[in-house]
Design a protein around this ligand. Structure first.
Ligand code: PMM
Length: 284
């Protein structure tokens, strides 16, 4: 484990895949309720796909701090029709869920990736379901459900602890039969973390690359980005954080991150185009 927490050389820049967020929830913190109706969720997913998203992440449970969990039946009711329609339209879909039964039903409906913000910790049946299906699994760093997660935002060295906890999770998921190649890791920006923790994790992203897995990064519209308007005495509302998000996407590209999970696809595609031109120019 000590090896894994050593800093590593920055990986080469790459163009991250853009994962477009399709929250079919009444209460997600930046877009809660906007795409709650299945038809609206489907139309929104198709729009993000047309704008350049290469994965659509469909979720039916809000993970904003303090959120209540929906029932299994309600989560299924929200996500399955949207996943089926987006898959039928030819989109690549991931399901954002902490429940094995929802993952199983989503895979049966055509989802190709499981994105679990608990990394399999919330439901012990998750890892066996994913291992049996043989699909990519996003395991995010997580310390507990949203209702009280911010009480767990305590670290002596956030980068070292997130690397160590993700390493332990990675080992458990491999033991459960998930293929090494199928495992995608995510530092869990905003989950049991303060703004200072989030910035430290972004600065330390190369140390997360030391784990040797593809990385997914979810900064989009999160609270810590709201503070970037402070120079003018403002706090940016969630919908006004897309420029700040796009900058973090360009940063992710410079640091070899595999994928960025964003609400606003157009801004991120532009930011990635700029990043790509700059590094191509530097080699050409
Ligand atoms: N963040 C949210 C939801 N799902 N999944 C991954 N892998 N990484 C994240 O950072 C992440 C996630 C919360 O954001 P939202 O409520 O705006 O969708």
């Amino acid at each position: 484990m000590t090896e894994a927490i050593q800093p590593t050389a920055a990986p080469p820049p790459r163009r991250p895949l853009v994962m477009g967020v399709v929250n079919v929830t009444p209460d997600s913190f930046s877009d809660g309720g906007e795409w709650f109706d299945p038809e609206a969720g489907i139309a929104h997913g198709l729009e993000l796909w047309a704008q350049g998203a290469r994965i659509l992440d469909v979720g039916g449970e809000s993970t904003r701090p303090g959120a209540e969990r929906p029932s299994v039946a309600e989560e299924l009711r929200r996500v399955i029709p949207v996943i089926s329609a987006l898959v039928a339209a030819g989109c690549l879909v991931s399901v954002d869920t902490m429940r094995a039964v929802v993952a199983e039903r989503a895979l049966a409906a055509g989802a190709a990736i499981v994105n679990d913000v608990s990394g399999g910790l919330a439901d012990e049946a998750m890892a066996p379901v994913v291992a049996a299906a043989g699909v990519p699994f996003v395991a995010m760093h997580w310390r507990g459900h949203s209702a009280d997660m911010q009480s767990r935002a305590s670290y002596a060295d956030v980068v070292a602890e997130v690397v160590a906890e993700l390493t332990a999770r990675r080992d458990a998921l491999l033991d459960a039969g998930i293929d090494d190649e199928d495992l995608i890791l995510d530092p869990g920006i905003g989950f049991a973390k303060t703004a200072a923790h989030n910035w430290a994790l972004l600065r330390g992203i190369d140390r997360l690359q030391g784990l040797g897995h593809r990385l997914l990064l979810g900064t989009s519209r999160k609270t810590f980005l709201g503070a970037v308007g402070r120079a003018r005495g403002e706090e940016r509302a969630p919908l006004a954080r897309d420029v700040a998000t796009a900058v973090t996407s360009a940063y992710a590209a410079q640091h070899g991150v595999w994928g960025v999970r964003v609400h606003n696809v157009i801004g991120t595609v532009d930011a990635l185009d700029v990043a790509e031109q700059l590094w191509e120019g530097s080699h050409g």
